[in-house]
Design a protein around this ligand. Structure first.
Ligand code: ADP
Ligand code: ZN
Ligand code: ZN
Length: 724
């Protein structure tokens, strides 16, 4: 018998399977999906079994499989099927998608040391009468102590053996038993308060059909009780003995949301997100594989969780761009959800207060069924939003905080309420220039200016992590007249501490890089150990602090100025989401948006909580410019260390695309990417816009195949990119 094995081979994953002989000893055991160890290029490496055959028609001398790695297959039929389908959609390699489905411990790679952790216990090995007889005649106090403890507790944890334990073992009175333990545990904060769904929520729940594939878009304003709806849907599904996947964006996978699920559903849950160690992830994953849990709550890759008998898949904040992986394989969790929904015949519910334009357009066309929640669920109302024109403020000398924002913050501090301030840029300032010669200090490896970080007194590149001690002298003209521009979270923190007598906490990538810091900041703020929470977009999502009655957006334009077709959408989403953090408790909320573009529709619509208005305006522009959802986009990224080789290969690719793709399909470029040089690598791109092109996949696959063996340029294909 023979097996076709797929392996990860070189850094450009080649999707080739290799045939191996199945040794006699494994014939009855080996199954499709098993992870195996096979000899390859003089060493043993791991791969997955994709096929098992009786015959082999090739002409090579075959080698034997060395061994089977795990008891059970790692890839089940569904995973193999989903992998196939995704591979066709996004043109990645199959092995890369299988690897993406699995936690580190189960990927095909060179041996990890991540395994099951077991505790060793001592338990009785004789019946209780015999043990009691022994105790009565026993002279060793220590032995009696241990035996009594085992009788009392059934078992006793043994960390290391000693003389007493050994002699009890020798007499056959006790034995060791081993129990698998879970390295990850979440504790519920207390009893769950079952809220009674309001009429709107109930209608939404009743409109979802179970036991049938359908996709739904739940459009519900912030705080309208979407999470309560998801939990109700999930509870109906599990009372029907089915299982559920609940995806949330990584950043909003906060203790708050986890706690809501754990208090309601208890130990029926596995949690998967990047905050877990590889050991913890493995344990959570095993619980799922072994069918010990019914619900998986997790970030993007949890969409692959090997639950059986799925009854519903929910994707909260479906517009979030982290649902698409930004390196290979570039899959979107939404697409995987649809495939799995069809496979399991179950509903897929996408939810958001600001649905992606693509999803809302699909809902308008009836591809997704639209469900809506129009008002906040509890007593609270949507906050009142004011826009402040910063051009006028700057004339008054207010560069960072407008006078109205200062006034409002002071008011909240007096009332002992809390404030959230959003500034979407970390570091102290964003640019360092020489006042004499005008030089802007840039990263030597990238096409980007360095950001000053005061806490470490360094200038750093946010693309490649290059870091240099603060530059006091201009490298071009030697002048000491250096000046920094732009505002980052560090400087804002400093400014707040100067102006207000308040307890201020900052949350950005720099203050949350240590494990557990993200949770700590959220918990501390929740316990009102701080008055003001300032941070990057990290603070915009999912947080529910009833004491927050004021939200300030320091610079609404930072996301607007990004040269990308989605920048208005990103801005609208961010403003709506962060506004949604205000006034979630009993006191009404207020939002101040500072902007240099106060008339921009994304800002005006966010002020009015007018998703539909924004949608209509943005759709007009997308139509005019030929962007999604009117056209699909695929980007071919061409990167090279060599400027000229990159340029000439990018041109070849552009010409090839133009020659082979016709009709409505448009090819733009090659052009330089937004940030042209990153880490000394030059980035070119060709953009393909199309409505339907039956040759596209073939043409792109051809390009991909050609460049797999070229080590001077790297070509990667991004179907439906998040940004271009
Ligand atoms: P969303 O997910 O849409 O932001 P949540 O489900 O988090 O909304 O609900 C917002 C707040 O309203 C929460 O504190 C929640 O407990 C409360 N809530 C939700 N539904 C109801 C309801 N039917 N009655 C009372 N309070 C509710
Ligand atoms: Zn200079
Ligand atoms: Zn750099």
């Amino acid at each position: 018998m023979y097996a076709s094995i797929i392996i990860e081979y070189g850094n450009k994953a080649v999707d080739k399977t290799f045939t191996y002989i199945i040794p006699n000893e494994y014939r009855d055991k080996i199954k499709i999906g098993h992870r195996v160890l096979v000899p390859f290029n003089n060493k043993n490496i791991e791969g997955f079994v994709l096929e098992i055959n009786d015959k082999y028609d090739g002409e090579y001398d075959l080698k034997e499989i060395d061994s089977i790695v795990d008891e059970e297959p790692i890839l089940n039929d569904e995973m193999l099927y989903i992998g196939n389908e995704i591979q066709k959609e996004i043109l990645c390699s199959k092995i890369s998608i299988y690897q993406a489905m699995l936690p580190k411990a189960l990927k095909a790679q060179h041996k990890t040391n991540i395994g099951i952790k077991r505790n060793r216990y001592m338990a009785l090995n004789k019946d209780i009468i015999e043990i009691n007889n022994y105790i009565n005649s026993c002279k060793s106090k220590k032995q009696v102590e241990i035996l009594s403890e085992i009788i009392k507790n059934d078992k006793v944890l043994v960390n290391s053996s000693n003389y007493t334990i050994n002699s009890l073992l020798e007499k056959g009175l006790v034995k060791f038993i081993y129990e698998e333990i879970n390295r990850y545990s979440v504790h519920s904060s207390g009893k769950y308060n079952l809220v009674k769904l309001n009429l709107e929520q109930e209608k939404v729940v009743n409109n979802v059909e179970f036991n049938k594939f359908n996709s739904y878009l739940l459009y519900g304003v912030t705080g309208s009780g979407k999470t309560e709806v998801y939990m109700e849907l999930i509870s109906r599904v599990i009372s029907n003995n089915k299982t559920a996947i609940m995806l949330v964006p990584e950043i909003s996978l906060t203790p708050q949301i986890v706690d809501r699920f754990v208090t309601r559903f208890g130990s029926d849950i596995a949690i998967l997100h990047s905050g877990l160690s590889d050991y913890e992830k493995y344990d959570e994953y095993r619980k799922i594989m072994l069918g010990k849990v019914k619900i998986v709550v997790g970030a993007r890759s949890a969409i692959f969780a090997p639950l059986k008998n799925i009854g519903i898949i929910v994707i909260d904040e479906e517009h979030t761009n982290t649902y698409k992986q930004d390196n290979n394989p570039r899959y979107h969790a939404r697409d995987v959800a649809m495939l799995r929904g069809k496979y399991h015949n179950c509903p897929v519910v996408l939810g958001s207060a600001t649905p992606s334009l693509e999803s809302f357009a699909r809902a308008c066309k009836g591809v997704y069924k639209l469900l809506t929640l129009t008002k906040r669920a509890g007593v609270s109302k949507l906050p009142d939003v004011k826009i402040v024109d910063m051009k006028a403020e700057v004339r008054k000398g207010n560069f960072i905080l407008s006078s109205v924002l200062v006034e409002k913050v002071e008011d909240r501090l007096k009332k002992n309420e809390q404030v959230i301030l959003l500034l979407n840029r970390r570091g102290y300032s964003s640019m360092l220039t020489c006042r004499d010669c005008g030089m802007v200090i840039k990263c030597p490896n990238c096409d980007i200016s360095l950001t000053y970080h005061k806490s470490s007194n360094t200038n750093r590149c946010h693309y490649c992590n290059y870091s240099v001690k603060n530059i006091a002298v201009c490298p071009q003209c030697g002048s000491k007249n250096m000046k920094d521009y732009g505002l980052g979270t560090e400087k804002l923190e400093e400014e707040l501490n100067k102006i207000f007598n308040a307890r201020v906490i900052r949350m950005d990538m720099d203050t949350t890089s240590k494990k557990g810091m993200h949770e700590k900041i959220i918990n501390d703020f929740g316990e009102h150990k701080y008055d003001i929470l300032l941070g990057t977009q990290m603070i915009a999502k999912g947080l529910d602090f009833p004491m927050v009655t004021l939200v300030g957006v320091i610079n609404a334009d930072s996301s607007l100025n990004v040269p990308d077709f989605r920048s208005a959408e990103v801005t609208f989403d961010l403003l709506s989401q962060v506004s949604g953090r205000a006034g979630r408790g009993n006191s009404p909320g207020e939002v101040i948006i500072q902007s240099y573009n106060p008339e921009h529709y994304s800002i005006v619509c966010a002020k009015k909580h007018d998703y539909y208005g924004f949608y209509k305006e943005e759709m007009k522009i997308r139509k005019m410019l030929g962007y999604p959802p009117y056209f699909y986009i695929t980007v071919v990224n061409i990167t090279s260390k060599d400027y000229n080789i990159g340029f000439s290969e990018a041109n070849k690719i552009g010409n090839y695309l133009r020659k082979n793709l016709r009709g409505d399909t448009k090819i733009l470029g090659p052009s330089m990417a937004n940030v042209f040089k990153i880490n000394n690598i030059y980035h070119y791109q060709c953009i393909i816009k199309y409505k339907y092109d039956n040759k596209l996949s073939e043409v792109l696959t051809k390009i991909d195949d050609i460049y797999k063996i070229n080590n001077k340029v790297d070509v990667s294909i991004d179907v439906n990119p998040i940004s271009i």
